[in-house]
Design a protein around this ligand. Structure first.
Ligand code: NAD
Length: 497
């Protein structure tokens, strides 16, 4: 049997005593890379105890000292970026260049966490009443926990624990059981950076382990990223238990294509967005709304799509990798079949794709549907595969209305050369992240990742200023210092004078 992925508790990598393990599989060839154990109750309790104990001292570490550890961590992550990307590519399937991007977008959050001193600044007003000042601090919450999905095994864990820990909290991470080797390597480098023991703990598992975190009274805040049904469960359970919760769910993102846009740029950006990472990105534009005469570009889109094909992570000619699992691939194939059955016009069907070099890989070839309508299952459901749907709209207003009726609100883009069209779109669209001639508008970490509607449950988003607010509590002090000994009688009114 292959090696067991260790847990990380109280500064030590430990072998779990769990009897329940699942294999970590290279999705390009079904090779078993490791076994991931589902942490036992006792192990999870130890992780909480370790985080609880570490919080007592970690919260007192001055912010510049915390920042210096993150500077070291950033340096180590950069130094090992290629090696981490290779681990990631093997277990997740992403092609190497994309895997490096996954690591890089995580490193950028660590860089943001290095600014913690200025990010944690409070507010001050002098003389709110005579000789009275009011000022606020932000202070850490305590133990926070994060649950992450398979599709960004470096970036999404790094959205969470660097921000939480920089703010003075301690953290328990439960990564995706499908690709836990990348977060394990990130944790080894965290140790090498010199963080004290107990500040970060890592447990592995699935629903049972997540439910433990959601129900544990010592855990103050939960960050979750994953599919909508699980995000809803996490949000409902966590908030019912009076925890602070941010839960990022799935998506159905639209790219609006105006006829005044540059056709070649549109097609390149659209295909990269829809098929990159095998469509396994929550910000992928998997629906194109062709407005007016842009409806005549279908043949060109199809032609360009025939030139891309998937492959293994180490094949430089591969446009994207396999789907994460056989189950995920079969779900996509089922939806493609359903699309055909419901009357969408399948212009390219990647269902039958097999790789000559990797015949056992979970590959799906690029797939293109035209004449899709909003009632169809392929439009209603998140496919999370390299499947692009084409819809038409007569006007920009009609395209906006269509998107605003979709329950998701993670990301959207418009491609146009008209400032007026772009301005109307950014103003009227009910989606939290908007790209103007940008196909995957993921904000850099000094902004926040602001999905809306069914793509996000909670109030404060990931990273940026909102990330700091999510992981901290505000304390407001109203202070008066007497500079004479004049003592007035008791004041029975509420006013401060
Ligand atoms: P998933 O919901 O299956 O799993 C996410 C995490 O939840 C994993 O750690 C998993 O172990 C755990 N989990 C699974 N089932 C559970 C259950 N019943 N109860 C409690 N925990 C459970 O998601 P996935 O397939 O790993 O990731 C893909 C999904 O994540 C897609 O829907 C994608 O759109 C979404 N996603 C969203 C964003 C975003 O920012 N909105 C970012 C990345 C991915």
């Amino acid at each position: 049997m292959s090696k067991k992925v260790p847990l990380f508790i109280n500064g030590e990598f430990v072998q779990s005593r769990a009897s329940h393990t699942v294999p970590v599989i290279n999705p390009a060839n079904q090779e078993e890379l490791a076994q991931v154990p589902f942490a036992t109750l006792e192990e999870m309790q130890l992780a909480v105890a370790s985080a609880k104990n570490a919080f007592k001292t970690w919260k007192e570490v001055p912010t510049p000292e915390r920042a210096r550890l993150f500077l070291k961590y950033q340096h180590l992550l950069k130094q090992h970026q290629d090696e981490i990307a290779e681990i990631l590519a093997k277990e997740n399937g992403k092609v190497l260049a994309d895997a490096k991007g996954d690591v890089w977008r995580g490193i950028e959050v660590v860089e943001h966490a290095c600014n913690v001193s200025s990010l944690m600044m409070g507010e001050t007003v002098e003389n709110v009443a005579r000789a009275i000042d009011t000022y606020s601090y932000v202070q850490p919450l305590g133990i926070c926990a994060g649950i992450t999905p398979f599709n960004f095994p470096a970036m999404i864990p790094l959205w969470m624990y660097p921000m939480a820990i920089a703010c003075g909290n301690t953290f328990i991470l439960k990564p995706s059981e499908q690709d836990p080797l990348t977060p394990t390597r990130l944790t080894e480098l965290f140790v090498e950076a010199g963080f004290p023991k107990g500040v970060l703990n890592v447990i592995h598992g699935g629903k049972e382990q997540v439910d433990f975190l959601l129900n544990h009274p010592d855990i103050q805040a939960i960050s979750f990223v994953g599919s909508v049904p699980v995000a809803e469960h996490v949000y409902r359970t966590g908030t019912r238990n009076l925890k602070r919760v941010q839960a990022f769910g799935g998506a159905k993102n639209h790219m609006v294509v105006m006829p005044d846009a540059n056709k070649e740029q549109v097609i390149n950006n659209l295909l990269g967005s829809a098929c990159g990472a095998g469509g396994q990105r929550c910000m992928a534009n998997s629906v194109a709304v062709l407005v007016g005469d842009a409806g005549n570009w279908v043949d060109d889109i199809k032609q360009a799509m025939t030139t891309i094909s998937p492959g293994s992570w180490d094949q430089p000619e591969a446009a994207y990798g396999p789907q994460i699992s056989v189950k995920a691939r079969d779900k996509i194939l089922g939806l493609i079949a359903q699309g055909r059955k419901e009357g969408a016009k399948c212009l390219l069907d990647g269902s039958g794709f097999t790789s000559k070099t990797h015949p056992r890989g979970n590959f799906v070839g690029p797939t293109l549907f035209d004449q899709v309508t909003p009632e169809m299952t392929i439009y209603q459901e998140e496919i999370f595969g390299p499947v692009l749907l084409l819809l038409r709209a007569k006007t920009l207003s009609e395209a906006i209305e269509l998107i605003n009726h979709n329950p998701y609100g993670n990301g959207t883009s418009i491609f146009t050369s008209s400032g007026a069209a772009a301005r109307k779109f950014q103003h009227e669209i009910l989606v939290g992240q908007v790209g103007i001639n940008v196909p995957i508008p993921v904000p850099l970490p000094f902004f926040s990742f602001t999905g809306w509607r069914k793509s996000f449950f909670g109030d404060l988003h990931a990273y940026g200023k909102q990330g700091v607010r999510f992981y901290t509590e505000t304390k407001t002090v109203t202070a008066r210092w007497f500079d004479d000994q004049v003592v007035s009688g008791p004041n029975m009114t509420i006013s401060l004078q």
